[in-house]
Design a protein around this ligand. Structure first.
Ligand SMILES: [Zn+2]
Length: 882
C-alpha cells in the first residue's frame, strides 16, 4: 500500500510563525520570459535540409523559416554558432552579405532586413554550412567497432540541450520559441536515419538517399534529433504508438528488455498524465558514444548504450535496474519537458526534478523489490560519489556553495551548469515530500490539470503550484517557496518536555560553515510513535512547534521512511528510546537514521561514536540499503585516512562490521537469490577487498583467473568488483589482461567494466598507463575523459591524476561535453584534502578557466577544506573505535 494512504493529519500548534520574505514567481507569460532574443518575431515553422560530408566532417544545410512578426522591425536576431552563412533571403529578396552579422561571444546572428518587416507573416531562407563535432554537441560523430564483424564504423548523432541546436541550423534557440520542425537529410545509401517524427518520403539522390521526415508538433528547438548510421531495430506497439529500439548492427536483441519496459512505462504515463502520448511513434536509440547520458528528444530519445541495452547473459542486475530507471525518466519527459516545457532555464528543475521523481515512482511501482527510493539514483558521471539520490543532493545542499532549486540563468554556460544534483535530486526529493503530504490522488489530479492547461506550451514553477493548489485545496505556493527559492534545508531539533509534550525547533543544517541568516521552511513533517499504528503529519510553519500526547516511554520517529528533505536531531532521551526500538523498525527508517547520524558526524555536531554506536545497535540483516549506507560511509573514511595513523585500525573495525553480512549472503553467488542480495554481495566484495580482507582478495584473484579461461564462471553481477579487486592487488600482467579484454569486446557495458577496473591500479607506473587511456580513442570521448577522475578517486593518487590533466589540458577539454564543460577540471581537485591545493586551483583557474568555471572552483575549494577538517577529526577520534 502506498505510504500516503496510511497518514492522518495531526493537530498543529503554532508557537510563532516567521513571516516569509520569499515571493513566488509569476505564471508563464511569453513576453516577460527571460532570454536574449527579442520577442516581437516568432518562428512558427522550420523546413530544414542537411547533407553531412563524412570525409570532411562537415555539413551543408538550408532552411526556410516562417515568421510571425508582432511589431514592425528592421532586423532579425536569432542564434547560430560555428556556422557560416552563404546567403539569406527574406520574403524572396536577397539580403546583402553586409547585412548579416555574427556575434560569436553571444552566439547571435543578426540579419538587417532590406525593408521594414510589417506585422504579419514573413519567410526567412538561409543557406549555411557547419562542422561535425568530435565532442557531443550539435551534430557529432562517433567511431565504434561493429558487433560481430569488428569493423570500424561511423555513427552520426545530435545533442542539442541546452543550447546547441544552433550548431546545426540557425534558429530561435530558446525554449519559449516553440515551432514546428520539418527535417530532410541526405545519408549514405545503406544508412538508416531517425528523427523526431516518422519518415514521410525517401528518394535516391546524388551521394546517397534523401530522407524527408514529417513535421513535428509545436516544440522547443533543443528537442530536435537526427541520428544516422548502420542500424538494426526491433519494434512493438502500445496504445497505438509504434515503439522501436534502434542500435548499431548486431545489438538489437539487447534492446528487448528496454522495448518491453517502455511498453509498460508508456501505458502507465498515458493513464497518469490523463493525456495520451501525442506522437505516432517513439524511437529510442542506443548510441555508442558522443555523450554519456540520455536525452529526451521528443519521439526520438537517445541513450548511451549502457543506459538502454541489457544482455540477459552478460549484463548485471545493476544495469537492468538503471536501464528501467533511465527509460522511465526519459519517457516522463515526453510529457514533462516536451509536451509542456519550462519557459526558461531558471526553471530547469521543473523538467529534471519532475522526470527524476516520476521515473523513480514508476520504477518503484513496477519493481517493488528494488528499493528504488533508497538506491543510488542515476549518476550523471561515473566519478560521482555514490549514495542514495536524496542524500547526494543533501550533501551538496548543506554547503555554503549550494544554490536554490530555482536560480537565475543569463548565459548559455549558466544554462549548462544548471544540470546538477540540486536541480535533479533536490527537485525530486521535494516533489516526493510534497506528494507524501498531499496524497497520491490530489497530487496526480494537480499534475493532470497542469498538463491540460499547458500542453504544447510553456510554463513556470508558479503554474505547477497553482494547479496543485486547485487540486488539493492546500497553499502549495507558500509551502514550496522556502524549498525552491532559498538554498539549503532544515534540521528539526526534537526535545522532550514534561506532560507528553515534545518541543520542535528548526534551523538550517550546514556543513563546513555557519549560517547567519534566519531561514525557515514550512516543513511537511511526518512522524510516528512506536506502538501506535498510523503515522501522522504536521505542517511546521514557524521556528518552533509542539507535539502533544507523546508517551514518555515510547520512541518517536520523525521523517517517516526518510521521505522528507530534512534532518532530525533528537535529544538524548528520545535517541535512547529510538535505539531500543531499532530492531522492529523498517528498513527505510533505519537508513534514514543512519544517514542523519553520518551527516551529523560530517557536520561536527556529533562524534564518530554517535554513528558507530548506531551501527552497533542495528539488528543483523542483509537489507541492501542499510548496508549500502555503511559501505559508502566506510569507503569515504578509508579514502580520507589514506596513509594516516589509524587507517589500519579503522580497516580492522570496518571488516568486522561488514564481513558477517557477506558470510550470511555467502561469498560465491547462489543461483536464484534475490537481486538485492546479488547487488549487496558485489558491493561488499569490492569494499572488503579494498579494506584488505585477505580471503576476499584471494577469491577475487582466483575468480579473475577462472574468468580468463571461462567467462561464465563469474556471474555478471560480480564481474566489476572482481576485476577491480584483482587490479588493486594485481601487477602489470593483470593490467595487460584487463586492457586486452577491454580492447577486444564490442559490448559497451563489458568495456566499461574492464576500463573501470584499470582505474584501481595502485602501482604509479600502472596508474600512468591508465591515465594515458584518456587521450586515446579506445573509449568514446565522453567516457575517456572520466578515466582521469576515476583514477583520481580509485587509485588514491589524485596528485598523479591532476598532474596528468595539467599536462594534457587541451586534449582533454576538447572531449568534454556541454554539461561537464565548466566543472570538469575543478572537479579533479575534489579528491584532495590538503588546503595548499586551494591556492593552486585558484591560480590555475585564473590562468586557464573562464568565468562559468568560477562556481565549480568554489565548490572544489570548499570540498578540500571540508575534507581537511574531516580527516583531522577522523584521525583524532579513531582511538574511540572498539
Ligand atoms: Zn532528464
Amino acid at each position: 500500500m502506498a505510504y500516503s494512504e496510511r497518514m492522518r493529519f495531526a493537530f498543529l500548534i503554532y508557537l510563532f510563525a516567521s513571516v516569509t520574505s520569499l515571493h513566488a514567481e509569476k505564471p508563464f507569460d511569453f513576453a516577460s520570459t527571460p532570454g536574449k532574443l527579442p520577442k516581437q518575431v516568432r518562428p512558427t515553422e522550420y523546413a530544414i535540409w542537411v547533407k553531412p560530408d563524412l570525409k570532411k566532417l562537415a555539413f551543408a544545410g538550408r532552411e526556410t523559416v516562417k515568421l510571425n512578426v508582432a511589431e514592425p522591425t528592421h532586423e532579425l536576431i536569432l542564434n547560430a554558432l560555428d556556422l557560416t552563412i552563404t546567403d539569406a533571403e527574406i520574403d524572396g529578396k536577397t539580403v546583402p552579405k553586409t547585412a548579416i552579422k555574427f556575434d560569436a561571444k553571444n552566439e547571435l546572428l543578426t540579419i538587417a532586413t532590406p525593408e521594414e518587416l510589417t506585422p504579419g507573416e514573413h519567410t526567412l531562407a538561409i543557406r549555411f554550412a557547419g562542422k561535425i563535432n568530435q565532442f557531443g554537441r550539435g551534430l557529432f560523430y562517433t567511431k565504434y567497432q561493429e558487433q560481430g564483424t569488428g569493423a570500424k564504423k561511423m555513427f552520426l548523432g545530435t545533442q542539442f540541450e541546452a543550447t546547441d541546436a544552433r550548431r546545426l541550423f540557425p534558429c530561435w534557440d530558446e525554449p519559449v520559441f516553440r515551432a514546428r520542425f520539418q527535417l530532410t537529410a541526405v545519408v549514405p545509401e545503406n544508412w538508416m536515419a531517425v528523427s523526431n517524427m516518422p519518415i514521410a518520403s525517401e528518394k535516391k539522390v546524388a551521394g546517397g538517399r534523401e530522407v524527408e521526415f514529417q513535421p513535428t508538433p509545436s516544440m522547443s528547438s533543443y528537442l530536435n534529433v537526427f541520428c544516422a548510421g548502420e542500424f538494426d531495430a526491433i519494434e512493438s506497439e502500445v496504445d497505438g504508438v509504434k515503439l522501436r529500439i534502434t542500435t548499431t548492427k548486431g545489438k538489437a536483441e539487447s534492446g528487448r528488455y528496454a522495448l518491453e519496459a517502455t511498453a509498460q512505462i508508456l501505458h502507465y504515463y498515458n493513464e497518469y498524465f490523463g493525456i495520451s502520448y501525442p506522437l505516432p511513434k517513439l524511437d529510442q536509440l542506443a548510441i555508442p558514444g558522443g555523450f554519456g547520458g540520455a536525452m529526451e528528444n521528443w519521439g526520438g530519445i537517445t541513450y548511451y548504450e549502457t543506459a538502454l541495452l541489457f544482455d540477459p547473459a552478460n549484463s548485471s542486475a545493476a544495469t537492468k535496474q538503471r536501464v528501467y530507471e533511465v527509460i522511465a525518466h526519459e519517457v516522463a519527459h515526453q510529457w514533462f519537458g516536451d509536451l509542456v516545457t519550462m519557459a526558461w532555464w531558471d526553471n530547469l528543475w521543473l523538467n529534471e526534478g519532475f522526470a527524476s521523481w516520476m521515473g523513480a515512482k514508476c520504477t518503484a511501482r513496477f519493481n517493488p523489490q528494488w528499493e528504488v527510493w533508497l538506491e543510488k539514483g542515476i549518476p550523471r558521471d561515473p566519478a560521482r560519489r555514490i549514495g542514495i539520490a536524496k542524500e547526494q543532493a543533501m550533501e551538496g545542499d548543506a554547503r555554503a556553495t549550494t544554490h536554490p532549486i530555482q536560480q537565475k540563468v543569463a548565459t548559455e554556460a549558466e544554462a549548462n551548469s544548471a544540470f546538477d544534483d540540486i536541480t535533479y535530486k533536490k527537485g525530486q526529493s521535494f516533489l516526493r515530500m510534497l506528494e507524501s503530504f498531499l496524497g497520491e490522488e490530489p497530487f496526480r489530479d494537480g499534475i493532470r490539470r497542469y498538463m491540460q492547461a499547458h500542453k504544447y506550451s510553456n510554463s513556470t514553477t508558479a503554474d505547477l503550484w497553482n494547479a496543485l493548489t486547485e487540486a488539493s485545496g492546500r497553499p502549495i505556493v507558500e509551502i514550496a517557496a522556502g524549498w525552491t527559492e532559498q538554498p539549503g534545508f532544515p534540521v528539526v531539533n526534537v526535545s522532550r518536555e514534561s506532560n507528553g509534550k515534545v518541543a520542535l525547533s528548526q534551523e538550517r543544517f550546514t556543513v563546513n560553515f555557519r549560517d547567519n541568516t534566519d531561514a525557515t521552511w514550512k516543513i511537511p513533517l511526518t512522524y510516528f510513535i512506536d506502538g501506535q499504528s498510523a503515522p501522522a503529519t504536521l505542517l511546521m510553519s514557524g521556528k518552533m512547534a509542539t507535539l502533544e500526547d507523546v508517551p514518555s516511554d515510547r520512541a518517536l520517529k520523525l521523517n517517516v521512511e526518510g521521505a522528507g528533505n530534512y534532518r532530525v536531531a533528537y535529544d538524548e532521551a528520545s535517541w535512547k528510546l529510538l535505539l531500543a526500538s531499532l530492531p522492529g523498525m523498517n528498513v527505510p527508517d533505519q537508513v534514514n537514521l543512519l544517514s542523519d547520524a553520518w551527516a551529523f558526524f560530517q557536520a561536527g555536531r556529533q562524534p564518530f561514536t554517535f554513528y558507530t554506536g548506531l551501527i552497533d545497535r542495528l539488528p543483523p540483516s542483509t537489507a541492501l540499503a542499510v548496508r549500502e549506507q555503511i559501505i559508502n560511509a566506510f569507503n569515504s573514511i578509508d579514502r580520507l585516512l589514506a596513509g594516516a595513523p589509524g587507517q589500519e585500525q579503522f580497516r580492522r573495525y570496518a571488516r568486522r562490521v561488514l564481513r558477517p553480512t557477506l558470510d550470511t549472503l555467502t561469498l560465491q553467488p547462489k543461483p536464484g537469490g534475490p537481486m538485492t542480495a546479488s547487488l549487496l554481495r558485489a558491493s561488499l566484495v569490492q569494499e572488503l577487498g579494498l579494506l584488505g580482507d585477505e580471503e576476499v582478495i584471494k577469491m577475487c584473484r582466483q575468480n579473475f583467473e577462472n574468468y580468463l579461461k571461462d567467462r561464465s564462471s563469474v556471474s555478471a553481477d560480480l564481474r566489476a568488483s572482481t576485476f577491480a579487486i584483482a587490479m588493486r592487488y594485481g601487477d602489470a600482467a593483470t593490467w595487460q589482461k584487463l586492457h586486452e579484454l577491454g580492447l577486444k569486446t564490442t559490448s559497451t557495458e563489458e568495456k566499461q567494466n574492464y576500463y573501470d577496473a584499470l582505474a584501481f591500479a595502485s602501482d604509479p607506473k600502472l596508474i600512468q598507463k591508465s591515465l594515458a587511456i584518456a587521450l586515446t580513442d579506445e573509449l568514446p570521448t565522453s567516457r575517456a575523459v572520466f578515466m582521469v577522475s576515476k583514477v583520481a578517486r580509485e587509485s588514491d593518487r589524485p596528485d598523479l591524476a591532476w598532474e596528468f590533466a595539467g599536462k594534457n589540458l587541451k586534449a582533454l577539454v576538447a572531449k568534454v561535453d556541454a554539461l561537464n564543460a565548466n566543472s570538469y577540471l575543478p572537479s579533479l581537485f575534489t579528491f584532495f584534502y590538503d588546503p595548499a591545493r586551494i591556492e593552486e586551483l585558484k591560480a590555475f583557474a585564473q590562468k586557464n578557466l573562464s568565468e562559468p568555471s568560477r562556481k565549480p572552483v568554489e565548490i572544489a575549494s570548499d570540498e578540500i577544506l571540508f575534507r581537511a577538517d574531516f580527516r583531522k577529526r577522523l584521525i583524532e577520534q579513531m582511538h574511540t573505535l572498539q
